[in-house]
Design a protein around this ligand. Structure first.
Ligand code: ADP
Length: 592
């Protein structure tokens, strides 16, 4: 709605402005036209005045002619005078020249038949006032428009003796300027057009009815008013609109110019059609320009509106998007918080687990110690028995005076004692809770120590040991006690698995690649459920038989994992199981 009002207001402004342009253009053009019209009217008036004045002056000149003077003074000859007048009329193109007595009688004339003069006002003026008389009229018979000039002839004694009357045909004069572009007309003192370069305008007048004094001046000529003339005044110009045929402008500026010398008034009708057309065109161009600019502005406004609508839509979409992002971010941060809480809980659980695991390791070790204690006591008992018998033997040999045998026995005793010392040392080390951090350890030495501890059982159970210690130490990242615990567990499990077997073969090997790989293989019963062996408390062993708690492998798994290594167990195709421990190699120099 606002838009419609704005468009209407703009159209009104354009219309007003175009009207202004029309008005300004028309006024200035009218001024120029009027100026030119005035000049043209002045030229036309001068031409008419000049031509009529010739006849006026002819009358004056003839009034002094001696022939006429003589005639009017009663001495001259009418024939001679008439001849003079005829000749003069022929030469000057006058319609008629008359010599008139004060009473109005024609004494001489240029024509055979002459127009009776009656008591015409011009004659009266010449004879009674002794002044020059001028008169414009229409001949009743011929319908000719005639200008008459009467000049007094004075008698030798002084008073007026008569007059010379020269009559000129206005039509003949007018014929010369009939084709002029501008419409020009000349009115007499009654406002009747007696001369014009447009025949349509002749005998037209704006002052009907004529005063009575006009009498028969127009000889029955068809006087008529102007057809449908309408007058308006625009910026000081009198504009006429009339319908008087195709050669008279329909719309024109009416100009007047008084011509007192010949007793007439000049009038001109300057066609304003070109000015109106020009002003119309200028107004049209202005309006078109205004409309084009308006349309342009409208389209710009439309575009702006569309653009702002688009921007609004985009802003709304952005706001929606931002809202969604906010919601999503809130949801994510909530999820993040929950996750963090969970992580914290996990870390706490892991720490608890680690603690439990540490305790379990110790518990497992103690259980292993329990398991081993029978074997170890046997292990220690045997050298003790041997020592006692070697000691007894030594004493006997000393008594028998064979000190070299006694020394041999003593040497055996000390060897046995060393062996026992080694076993006990290893046991101590095994039972100790390791607190030291991860450090480089010789894996081969660890294996040696475990095999030493298990030597008694291996021999007792008739197990063939397949172990080739490497030529040089194999250093890995670990803890001596922890690795011993792992290897001991693997060896014990292998021996357990082979207990009921005929063929008992324990294989221990160390391979060195990008990692250090320790393999413990047996020819036992094989793993019953390979995906559960590392679970805590999973055991297939009868309770009480070897006091299996199902903790050994799970503890080993935890230890190897904490050292950055891996442990896995598998059945061998030829029977039995193989356990592989992979450990990170370490630098030799780092060994303390
Ligand atoms: P435990 O020895 O107290 O049973 P472990 O965790 O050491 O507990 O062993 C778990 C189980 O894994 C054993 O009960 C056994 O069934 C299986 N297992 C371990 N080592 C071997 C092996 N070398 N051969 C066959 N089975 C094995």
């Amino acid at each position: 709605m606002r838009r419609i009002w704005a468009i209407l207001a703009y159209l009104a402004v354009v219309a007003g402005f175009s009207g202004g342009v029309w008005w300004f253009s028309l006024s200035s053009d009218l001024e120029a036209l009027a100026e030119r019209g005035e000049a043209d009217l002045s030229v036309a008036s001068d031409r008419l005045v000049g031509q009529l004045q010739r006849f006026r002056e002819l009358a004056v000149l003839l009034s002094d002619h001696p022939d006429l003077e003589a005639l009017l003074n009663g001495q001259g000859n009418a024939r001679t005078a008439s001849a003079l007048l005829r000749e003069t009329a022929d030469k000057t193109g006058s319609l008629e020249i008359l010599a008139v007595a004060p009473g109005g009688q024609v004494l001489a004339t240029s024509e055979e038949s002459w127009t009776p003069l009656a008591s015409s006002p011009y004659l009266k003026r010449a004879i009674e006032d002794g002044a020059l008389g001028a008169y414009h009229s229409v001949e009743p018979n011929s319908g000719l428009r005639v200008s008459t000039f009467a000049s007094p002839i004075f008698s030798q004694s002084g008073p007026v003796a008569g007059a010379v009357v020269v009559r000129a045909d206005i039509g003949a004069i007018e014929a010369e300027w009939r084709g002029d572009a501008m419409t020009v007309a000349f009115t007499d003192s009654n406002g009747v057009i007696l001369s014009s370069n447009r025949s349509e305008l002749l005998f037209r007048t704006r002052t009907l009815p004529l005063p009575a004094t006009a009498g028969g001046r127009y000889g029955g000529a068809p006087l008529s008013p102007f057809p449908e003339v309408r007058e308006i005044v625009i910026s000081g110009f009198e504009l006429w609109r009339l319908d008087a045929g195709r050669y008279v402008p329909r719309a024109s500026i009416h100009l007047t110019r008084p011509l007192p010398v010949i007793g007439m008034q000049g009038e001109a009708l300057v066609d304003i059609a070109p000015a109106v057309t020009l002003a119309g065109w200028q107004a049209l161009v202005t309006a078109t320009l205004g409309l084009v600019i308006g349309a342009f502005i409208l389209s710009l406004m439309d575009r702006r509106q569309r653009l702002s609508a688009q921007l609004n839509a985009e802003a709304a979409a952005n706001a929606r998007l931002e809202q969604r992002v906010r919601e999503r971010t809130a949801a994510l941060s909530a999820a993040n918080k929950a996750l963090r809480r969970e992580v914290d809980e996990r870390i706490a659980a892991e720490q608890a687990l680690k603690r439990a695991q540490g305790e379990l390791i110790q518990a497992g070790k103690l259980s292993a110690l329990g398991q081993m204690s029978a074997g170890i006591s046997h292990e220690l008992n045997q050298p003790l028995m041997a020592i006692s018998s070697f000691a007894e033997n030594g004493a006997a040999f000393l008594e028998r005076g064979r000190p070299e045998r006694a020394a041999e026995n003593l040497g055996r005793i000390s060897e046995m004692a060393r062996r026992m010392g080694r076993i006990i040392r290893n046991l101590r080390a095994f039972a100790r809770q390791e607190v030291q951090p991860v450090r480089p350890v010789d894996l081969a030495a660890v294996v040696e120590a475990v095999l030493l501890l298990s030597e008694g059982r291996i021999k007792r159970e008739g197990v063939t040991l397949d172990w080739h210690p490497p030529a040089s130490p194999v250093i890995v990242r670990g803890g001596e006690v922890r690795l011993q615990q792992v290897v001991m567990n693997l060896v014990s499990n292998a021996l357990d698995a082979m207990e009921d077997r005929e063929n008992k073969r324990l294989g221990v090997s160390i391979e060195l690649a990008d990692k250090v790989r320790l393999c413990v293989s047996d020819t036992g019963c094989g793993i019953a459920s390979s995906d559960r062996i590392f679970d805590p408390f999973y055991s297939t062993k009868e309770v009480g038989r070897s006091e299996g708690m199902g903790l050994g492998l799970s503890i080993s798994y935890g230890i190897v994992q904490s050292l950055g290594g891996a442990i896995r167990g598998a059945n061998r195709p030829e029977g039995g199981a193989v356990f592989t421990v992979e450990l990170e190699p370490a630098e030799m120099e780092a060994v303390a």
